[in-house]
Design a protein around this ligand. Structure first.
Ligand code: G6P
Length: 606
């Protein structure tokens, strides 16, 4: 959470920083700020709220002008969102921006106060700025190197020293940070999109590495100040991927990108009609060695894992547990040698997922990461790795990343089922062909949005609603419910349809709409019975089912008609109207769809 940028070059630094921050706002948007060397002096501008507030603030109060500086967009951890708690923070001669949490900031603060240092803000970040200043001996690298030895927690820092107006310094521990390399200009950023308009070349900073950026280049040192040689990486993302390209919101654009994202993700992993995950380190022999699978993830990624559990258990008959990473890491999990732990993460940087993966490794399990962000920590540390190729996902509410996560879970389940002899090659080919057909059905849904718009318009006055389903429909409902909650701010829960009567049905009134998903043929009549139970208690029922299904019209108020598709792969099709219902409900409520309140896309704190 929090996005940081830094620039050294010949362009107007404020423009570059603001542009970079606009690409990182998905990481947090409680406040924003920049610090720029103007005529050799550090000028700071910051404002509570979105980046546009900072723009307005600078219009009124003056815009720093210069060619070297740092910037920040914040997701508040220590200290409420306010002007004074906004970054950059200055500690005298040192000004910094920070992403992460300094866990021992209180002790450090007490120590500095005892030495006569005073503070302006409530943040842990100011403690680092003041500590750097307290230690500063004229050598930035030595000061940074000594200071980080005292820091506990996670951080990516962009640092400028008042007496070094030609350089930007950076260091990281856990929180992601790259150093972009241009021609006569160089950058730091929390993520590639922030620099993509200027350069594709970058260094991925490792744990406790210190970067020094000047116009002449980027120099990297280890934690003890010794120079380090690093491989220059090249981003293969298209600049267009980080623009809205005519769509009103990134979320809508990303929903539309799903058919392409599926094809790009699965095509390289299919050979002669069968899954082939060898380049990811997964062979039939490897797959035969696992007695049990655990999926560990957070948020939407965990929901993708839940779909995976149903599919793997059904096809391969290998037991799968799904855990929320923040629970898994502290529950003394029953994991060990012979187990496979699959960690799913769009960003590859989610603190709890990363910690859960490290724990699983330490317990002797093999780890497989399913990750979207190239070179991210989870991707680098896993034993086996399947990259999803969704491209950058900018909207905070995840859509295309979820889609490709489940596409990979299907491919993995097919190969595992083949490996353990639960299906033969003919069946595996049939399933792969179906998976390859999903993009066409999704594209069909994207052609007609009137039905979902109408459903969304019927939801905007609701205070609360329920999603119900059974089996894979239940797994899918979890994601539909989360999507609605995240961006429409309407409370919703997903429930296993058969469980409703054991308590939650008492909530049903005419003011609580119920969205029922019934795509699983064997369970459809059971779900319809549950629908009738809620209908009888006054609920307004919206049913998502196949167009070809004959359903008693008395049992439902509104229907969303899906194209016909195989039951097993239906979640990939049926999630699209659920995403669109959440999207249009949010739009109709006038919410900020791409940046819902209180959320951040990449959660690098516990
Ligand atoms: C945050 C995001 C969610 C995301 C979750 C896990 O909470 O707002 O959309 O699903 O983190 O993120 P990851 O990057 O690990 O998939």
């Amino acid at each position: 959470m929090c996005g940081i940028v830094g620039y050294v070059g010949k362009r107007d630094c404020t423009d570059v920083l603001m542009n970079g921050l606009s690409k990182l706002e998905y990481r947090g948007y409680d406040s924003a700020g920049i610090a720029v060397f103007q005529n050799g002096k550090i000028e700071v501008a910051k404002a509570k709220g979105r980046l546009k507030n900072l723009e307005e603030h600078m219009k009124a109060e003056g815009r720093p002008t210069g060619q070297i500086g740092i910037g920040h967009t914040r997701w508040a951890t220590h200290g409420e969102p306010s002007d004074v708690n906004s970054h950059p923070h200055s500690g005298g001669r040192v000004t910094i921006v920070h992403n992460g949490i300094i866990e021992n900031y209180k002790e450090l603060k007490d120590y500095l106060i005892s030495r006569g240092v005073s503070f302006d803000s409530d943040t842990d970040t100011e403690v680092v700025a003041r500590l750097l200043d307290y230690r500063y001996n004229g050598s930035p690298i030595q000061t940074i190197s000594e200071t980080i030895r005292d820091l506990e927690g996670s951080y990516a820092l962009g640092i400028i020293f008042a007496d070094h107006p030609e350089q930007v310094y950076a260091v990281r521990c856990e929180s992601p940070l790259i150093a972009g390399v241009g021609d006569g200009e160089n950058f730091i950023a929390s993520d590639v999109p922030a620099i993509l308009e200027y350069t594709r070349d970058y260094y991925l900073l490792e744990h406790e590495e210190i970067a020094v950026l000047g116009r002449d280049g980027v120099h990297i040192f280890d934690a003890y100040g010794q120079p380090v040689e690093k491989e220059l990486k090249t981003a293969d993302w298209d600049v267009e991927a980080i623009r809205k390209n005519g769509y009103v919101h990134f979320m809508l654009k990303e929903i539309h990108e799903q058919p392409t994202a599926i094809r790009t993700t699965i095509s390289p992993r299919i050979q002669n009609g069968l899954p082939n995950l060898e380049e990811c380190g997964i062979t039939l022999e490897v797959l035969r060695g696992f007695r049990q699978i655990h999926v560990v993830a957070c948020g939407t990624a965990m929901h993708a894992g839940t779909v995976g559990k149903y599919v793997i258990e059904k096809l391969a008959r290998v037991p799968v547990t799904v855990d929320i990473a923040s629970e898994f890491r502290y529950c003394d999990p029953l994991v060990g040698t012979g187990d496979l732990v699959i960690v799913i993460s769009q960003s590859g940087e989610t603190a709890d997922s990363l910690a859960a993966m490290r724990l699983a490794k330490s317990l002797g399990a093999k780890t497989l990461a399913i990750v979207n962000a190239m070179g991210s920590s989870i991707a680098r540390e896993a034993d086996m790795l399947i990259y999803t190729h969704a491209g950058p996902e900018i909207a905070v509410a995840s859509t295309k990343a979820y889609m490709v996560q489940i596409a990979v879970m299907y491919l993995f389940a097919f190969e595992l089922a083949l490996a353990v002899g639960q299906i033969d090659e003919t069946e595996c080919r049939r399933l792969v062909t179906l998976l390859e057909q999903t993009p066409d059905s999704i594209a069909e849904i994207l052609e007609r949005k009137e039905q979902v718009q109408y459903i969304a318009s019927s939801l905007i006055t609701a205070d609360s609603l329920l999603y119900i389903g059974r089996g894979l429909d239940y797994a899918l409902s979890m994601e539909g419910s989360l999507k609605l909650k995240e961006i429409s701010y309407i409370h919703s829960e997903s429930y296993a349809a058969g469980e409703l009567k054991h308590g939650t049905i008492s909530l049903i009134t005419e003011n609580m709409p119920v969205i029922a998903v019934a795509t699983q043929t064997a369970l459809r009549e059971k779900t319809i019975s549950n629908i009738k139970e809620v209908k009888a208690r006054g609920a307004r029922v919206i049913l998502v089912c196949r167009a070809s299904d004959t359903i008693d019209p008395e049992a439902v108020d509104l229907r969303y008609d899906l194209p016909d598709f195989d039951d097993l792969l239906m979640p990939m099709i049926a999630v699209v109207p659920l995403q669109l219902i959440a999207y249009y409900t949010s739009v109709l409520k006038g919410n900020d769809v791409d940046k819902p309140r209180n959320l951040a896309k990449s959660v690098t704190v516990e």
